[in-house]
Unconditional design. Structure first.
Lengths: 308, 79
């Protein structure tokens, strides 16, 4: 999409408009599978007429058969693309692409094509944008356009969110310039800015171990030193404010001198953005244990993993 | 489709451009006062280029659509 720089965008839009005006004439706005087939049909007719009227008989029939073959192939592709929702997705983005300005509906930051991926809470700015929209009676000034455009990109992408978040931070500058320090608008600006900076920094610190509890064989909550030389159960609660990550927690048992004597890795699995997971596992507590410590290890989730 | 053209990557624009060029040349060749064997060969070749570009473009679009739909399915599973 031509949305990186406003200056580039206007120049590009101008050059596009002449080329696109002629296509719009044929396909209409918000083209769908019908427009696609219509264009294919028109082109088919033009070529068939051309071959039939200008070329001698056996050749014209051969080339007409070729044209019809391509048309049938196009129709099959159109049906496949339609079944994959390709045309609906294209129409969903039409408002942004055709006007050059973001959708002027009440909530322009909500993707219209239902393909949004969940945002981590720290970069979910829906509440802040709603407050801004209320501040301007639902009509956000054009300084918000680049921000909203990149925010929509952020919502619909998962692969390169950190890069988009950096773009979003740059888009925030014209918004910050609109408000005096200490005003409500400035506070919202600061909140968005903080969220973006925290997100851009690192993923690791977004995962926190909220709680670690040891239970004895009867299921009573106990201190780790009370179940020495026994098989106990350890319960861990992990929360994630960042992107989805695979989390393993290493529980280490230390003696009175602070030396690690044993450890147990608890696989927490994939922790999705803004969620908390609790897992428990059996662990043998060595007899010299005086305290337990934990280390969080994160890794990127495997693609297509649908861990519960 | 129109939106796709607007958002199209450079390669897509090149494909459309070449299709228009070969298509137009095909029409011109068909209407030109050349001798039949030369005219037929030229028209056939140019039509082949145009159709080839179009079919390869469709394959590429379909491939992207499949990838996107798979990505969406994964996102829905996450959500």
């Amino acid at each position: 999409m031509s949305s990186t720089e406003p200056a580039d965008e206007s120049a590009e839009t101008e050059s596009d408009s002449k080329f696109l005006a002629s296509i719009t004439f044929v396909t209409g706005e918000d083209a769908n599978v019908g427009s696609f087939l219509l264009v294919v049909g028109i082109v088919t007719c033009v070529f068939i007429a051309l071959f039939q009227f200008t070329l001698p008989e056996p050749i014209s029939h051969l080339l007409t058969a070729g044209v019809l073959f391509v048309t049938v192939l196009s129709a099959i592709f159109a049906a496949l693309l339609d079944s994959l929702g390709y045309f609906e997705q294209a129409a969903g983005d039409a408002a942004v692409a055709t006007t050059g300005r973001v959708d002027s509906s009440a909530r322009p930051w909500v993707p219209t094509d239902r393909k949004a991926a969940p945002l981590p809470p720290m970069i979910n700015f829906d509440d802040e944008l709603r407050d801004y929209a209320e501040m301007y009676d639902g009509d956000l000034p054009e300084q918000f356009d680049p921000f909203i455009r990149d925010y929509l990109r952020l919502k619909t992408n998962t692969g390169n969110r950190r890069t988009i978040a950096s773009d979003l931070r740059a888009d925030l500058n014209p918004i910050g310039a609109l408000f005096e320090e200490g005003t409500e608008g400035d506070e919202l600006y600061e909140a968005i800015s903080d969220g973006l900076f925290r997100y851009i920094d690192s993923d690791t610190e977004h995962v926190t171990l909220d709680r670690i509890v040891f239970y004895d064989a009867e299921g009573n909550e106990v201190d780790v030193s009370d179940i020495r030389d026994q098989l106990g159960r350890v319960e861990l609660t992990v929360s994630n404010e960042g992107e989805a990550v695979d989390v393993d927690v290493l529980v280490q048992f230390y003696d009175a001198g602070g030396t690690s004597i044993s450890s147990r890795t608890c696989k927490v699995g994939t922790v999705w953005p803004g969620t908390t997971r609790t897992v428990d596992t059996d662990a043998f507590v060595p007899s010299e244990t005086s305290r337990a410590g934990t280390t969080i290890r994160v890794s990127n989730p495997k693609p297509g993993l649908a861990d519960a | 489709m129109l939106t796709e053209i607007r958002r199209a990557a450079l390669e897509t624009r090149v494909q459309y451009g070449l299709m228009v060029v070969f298509g137009a040349l095909c029409i011109i060749a068909a209407l030109s006062p050349l001798q039949d064997p030369v005219r037929i060969t030229t028209v056939g070749t140019l039509f082949g280029f145009t159709a080839g570009l179009w079919v390869s473009h469709l394959v590429q679009v379909l491939q992207r659509a499949v990838e996107k739909s798979r990505e969406n399915a994964e996102n829905r599973a996450v959500g």
